[in-house]
Design a protein around this ligand. Sequence first.
Ligand SMILES: [Zn+2]
Length: 90
Amino acid sequence: MNVHTIIPVDGAMSAANFSDLPVRAQCPQCRKVVMSQVLDTVGLGTWLLALVLLLIPPLCFVPFFIKACKDKEHRCPNCGAIMGVKKLVG
Ligand SMILES: [Zn+2]
């Protein structure tokens, strides 16, 4: 006898996996399911990389211009609330 368990699929993700790319998630503020807007923000990781690169003076500002060296802030396009942040460090 086969017993199938049906797991209800909710429209909103409770634990969205925030990455470099926009994700579909429910905004904690306006409760709408939206595609997040990803903004690059200078975070702890960016500063740490800059500190390391101080040893090579011409390169110490490079992390501030490279997207991969920045935190990714996911914002709601509807109300502008921060939905989640992918941090490089921390
Ligand atoms: Zn919102």
